[in-house]
Design a protein around this ligand. Sequence first.
Ligand SMILES: CC(C)(COP(=O)(O)OP(=O)(O)OC[C@H]1O[C@@H](n2cnc3c(N)ncnc32)[C@H](O)[C@@H]1OP(=O)(O)O)[C@@H](O)C(=O)NCCC(=O)NCCS
Length: 158
Amino acid sequence: METKRVKDSELVLSQFMQPEHANNLGNIHGGVLMKLMDEAGGMCATRHARAPAVTVAVDSLTFLEPVHIGDLVTFSARLTYVGRTSMETEVVVEAEEILTGRRRITNRAYIVYVALNGQGRPVEVPCLSLETEEERERWKQGEIRQKERLVRRTQQSL
Ligand SMILES: CC(C)(COP(=O)(O)OP(=O)(O)OC[C@H]1O[C@@H](n2cnc3c(N)ncnc32)[C@H](O)[C@@H]1OP(=O)(O)O)[C@@H](O)C(=O)NCCC(=O)NCCS
């Protein structure tokens, strides 16, 4: 099986936030941010697998600060851990106040995708080569999170 690097699939999506993205408080709707986070993570996973990837789990999704109309928001996605057919991505959201340049990290999440074959069944994905100490540390943490998810999955299906 082929091996790919983290940098081969990592990406950044950008979106300028407009009034149609806001909730009735005037902040950007959490669902809009979640959709874009899922899109960024999904494209990163698809890029690694070069196969369609579906979302199976989202965890540690936090909203640290509100995002406002007029912010330029980036969604940075990279792989942290890869199983046989599953891939964990870390997605970090950063909002930039376009007039002042002030930047804030507003959201973070770990999202897991599974690559599918033409029959809609899980298919093996390339291995991930870890090139830096940070990548190795993220992998260790991702492996722990994935074990915990699978325990929860078993408990939920009882
Ligand atoms: C993805 C799907 C086909 C997997 O089917 P399945 O019968 O659970 O397949 P498996 O048990 O072989 O699991 C496949 C992989 O997913 C992982 N997985 C399954 N459920 C998981 C969960 N809740 N959390 C984390 N990983 C999970 C398994 O560990 C396995 O990974 P591995 O091959 O790296 O070890 C099925 O769960 C599905 O269709 N889910 C709906 C996806 C969807 O519609 N998403 C929203 C829109 S994109």
